[in-house]
Design a binder for this molecule. Structure first.
Ligand code: BTN
Length: 263
């Protein structure tokens, strides 16, 4: 069972997690935290839920969020940065999730922009959302969903074919993972990477992120809202965009989309 006291036992005293709100069932932890943020909740407030009925991810996809097995968490930041720097926040979430997963003994990889994989299967995803007034950032919400102990059969029943690309930590480890310890590790690491981001900027984050990147050098297909793009990944540029060499030899910057490996 998730318990605030058990999470706090493993928490170092940073900004992230100074107020943890634990819920049974919510629509989406990002949506609950958005309301708390609008009502003035301080930076570092965390919303965790045991189950989500309308968990969502990038590209308007839903996030399967069954009760009692996984981590669904959202964290509030109130950064004094220009709006153009907000996309950098999504990289600190996937880095913290990957590092927390590494603490369980895995060698996680990150697939741009924010999928965390273990044994080539997606086990975690993150969603950064932002509210602004003009060019001023009011708040940023970083949400993470981690398949901690969900059973493969439950993934198959919920996701169908797509379950082939999804996994869980418990399945990969062959043992149950302690969700309270995992949640605390994630929050500690998010606090650490948020401090690095604030002190050293996106370059320092991307340096660490590139160590876990699995796409560089691979041939990929990008499926966005319009036509599909194809190319070999050259890397991630200093603003965090994916850079491809397309079949005609031109460099292309990818801003968003779903990436599929093509080799
Ligand atoms: C993705 O891979 O597309 C991102 C998935 C992000 C899911 C998490 S679960 C906690 C938080 N609440 C949401 O509704 N979404 C994020």
């Amino acid at each position: 069972m998730l318990k605030v006291g058990l999470i706090q036992q493993h928490l170092s005293c940073g900004t992230v997690g100074r107020d943890i709100r634990l819920y049974g069932t919510v629509t989406s932890t990002n949506d609950v935290l958005k309301e708390l943020a609008k009502a003035g909740a301080p930076e570092g407030t965390v919303v965790i839920a045991d189950e989500q009925t309308a968990g969502h991810g990038r590209l308007k996809k839903s996030w399967f969020s069954p009760p009692g097995v996984n981590l669904y968490a959202s964290v509030l930041f109130r950064p004094a940065v220009p709006l153009r720097e907000v996309p950098g926040f999504s990289f600190i979430t996937s880095l913290a999730a990957a590092d927390a997963i590494a603490l369980e003994g895995f060698s996680p990889a990150i697939k741009w922009p924010n999928d965390v994989l273990v044994d080539k299967k997606k086990v975690a995803g993150s969603l950064a959302e932002c509210a602004s007034s003009g060019r001023r950032v009011d708040f940023v919400i970083l949400g993470v969903g981690v398949n901690v102990n969900v059973a493969p059969a439950a993934l198959r029943a919920a996701l169908g074919e797509a379950a082939r690309a999804a996994g869980s930590l418990g399945e990969a480890a062959g043992r149950e993972i302690d969700r309270n310890v995992f949640a605390a590790n994630f929050l500690n690491l998010l606090d650490k990477w948020a401090s690095v981001f604030a002190a050293q900027g996106l370059a320092a984050i991307l340096d660490a992120w590139r160590d876990r990147d699995i796409l560089t050098g691979r041939r990929v297909q990008v499926r966005g809202e319009g036509k599909a793009d194809e190319g070999r990944v050259l890397g991630v540029d200093r603003e965090g965009y994916l850079v491809l060499r397309d079949p005609r030899g031109a460099r292309r910057r990818v801003l968003t989309g779903e990436i599929r490996l093509a080799d």
